[in-house]
Ligand binder design. Structure first.
Ligand code: PLP
Length: 413
């Protein structure tokens, strides 16, 4: 029986799409003594992390940091800019888009949930859970809203339940092409610091993110990146807000402080994570994730199993969803792999429960941790009797060997 003090030998392979493995450098930074959150050293830390996180969101505008999980930052985004009964246009890309839509309902908003219609006959899965946001459907819907009753468009940038990204710049263009004043709210909880993201360039009004994915931190802090238009909307919005309200946070952040006790040790970790990401350079970080993703997809193709994302243009660099053959319980395979090889894979969520599993390739990974994960998956699939077309492990080894990371190239030169 598993107990909380279960410590198998060696490292656990945490290949779920967040929380991602936390680098030792960050864990050490977080072990520093907790300091006075009103004292002078804290202000220096606060200003440093606020400046660094703006660079990661690629924004010049304020970013609110909450001691909360991503769900809290979802709520913060909605309650700061909307009023009771406001219509919001959301897009069904998977489980997390669905949860955000349910939250909007609970808050007394009127969400309308667009989706790609139909089901893929080959896998039995809804098409909407295999594709990204369709900006043309958003544009068409906004064009019909002549009275501008829709106050916000809410989309998920990297749908963690499916391994599909969405083209946020295209959504911005669709809103502008329709001549509609709706705010654009984007969840990139699992995309930030792994997949290219540009809050200002893409004209996003509120971006929501969290600590436990590309930022390589434990769960526990989350973010709202703001635009001047969002800040202006927050002055008029009347959904109740107190803890989540941006005004006092933005004001106190000017000196590096918060209106409540912030999560000091996670902010030490954030400071270290920002150093690591900005030292490497965001473009190199994104390229690293793209390369891992391609290696993992090569393995899935070699096994002969379908990749959940059905549109190659929007493959996620963060995770890959693997569809199991009809009648094969993906969760039973995950359980077997966990028990036999101490490897955690992401479960299928919501409408795809039992039909797929997710391999995370984000955060503090490298080629060999991914090779180990793929070996665990391949052994598990074979033990479960899933017929495989070939060896995914061999395919990934070939890909990684033939495509060295830029740093490895430099060392060899
Ligand atoms: N949105 C996305 C895309 C997510 O991946 C998650 C969590 O995995 C959430 C929202 C919810 O965040 P949290 O679980 O940190 O509250």
């Amino acid at each position: 029986m598993l107990t909380l003090d279960h410590h198998p030998s060696g490292r656990h392979f945490l290949q779920i799409p967040g929380p991602s493995p936390v680098p030792d450098r960050i864990l050490r930074a977080m072990s520093l003594p907790t300091i006075d959150h009103r004292g002078p050293e804290f202000g220096v830390l606060g200003l440093k992390v606020l400046d660094g996180i703006r660079q990661v969101f690629r924004t010049k505008h304020p970013v609110a940091i909450y001691p909360a999980s991503g769900t809290g930052a979802w709520e913060a985004a909605l309650v700061n800019v909307l009023s009771p009964g406001d219509a919001v246009l959301m897009f069904e890309t998977g489980h997390f888009a669905t949860l955000w839509q349910k939250m909007a309902l609970r808050l007394g908003l009127k969400p309308e949930f667009l989706a790609v219609p139909g089901t893929d006959a080959a896998t039995g899965l809804p098409w909407s859970w295999r594709r990204g946001v369709q900006a043309d459907l958003i544009e068409a819907r906004l064009r019909k809203d002549a009275g501008h009753t829709i106050k916000a468009v809410c989309v998920v940038h990297n749908e963690t339940s499916t391994g599909v990204t969405s083209d946020i710049a295209a959504v911005r263009k669709a809103i502008d092409a329709a001549g509609h004043p709706a705010l654009l709210l984007v969840d990139t909880i699992s995309g930030l610091a792994s997949a290219d993201y540009r809050h200002d360039d893409w004209g996003v009004d509120v971006t929501v993110s969290g600590s436990q994915k590309g930022l390589m931190l434990p769960p526990g802090i989350s973010f709202n990146a703001l635009s001047p238009k969002a800040l202006a909307a927050s002055k008029a919005a009347t959904l109740p807000k107190a803890f989540w309200a941006w005004d006092e946070i933005v004001e106190m952040n000017k000196a590096g402080y918060w209106p409540y006790t912030p999560n000091t040790n996670l902010l030490y970790g954030l400071s270290e994570a920002l150093d690591m990401l900005l030292e490497q350079g965001l473009d190199a970080v994104f390229a690293r994730h793209q390369r891992w993703a391609e290696g993992v997809r090569g393995a899935v193709r070699a096994w002969g199993l379908p990749i959940q994302c059905a549109d190659a243009a929007v493959y996620s660099p963060v995770l890959t969803g693997v569809i199991t053959p009809q009648g094969v319980d993906a969760d039973a395979i995950r359980k077997l792999i966990h028990e036999r090889f101490d490897l955690s894979l992401g479960t299928g969520l919501g409408k795809v429960k039992g039909r797929m599993f997710r391999i995370g390739h984000l955060g503090d990974c490298n080629d060999l941790t991914l090779m180990a994960a793929l070996a665990g998956v391949e052994m598990g699939l074979k033990l479960a009797g899933v017929p495989l077309a070939g060896s995914g492990v061999a395919a990934a080894m070939e890909y990684f060997a033939a495509h060295p990371q830029p740093r490895a190239l430099a060392a060899a030169a």
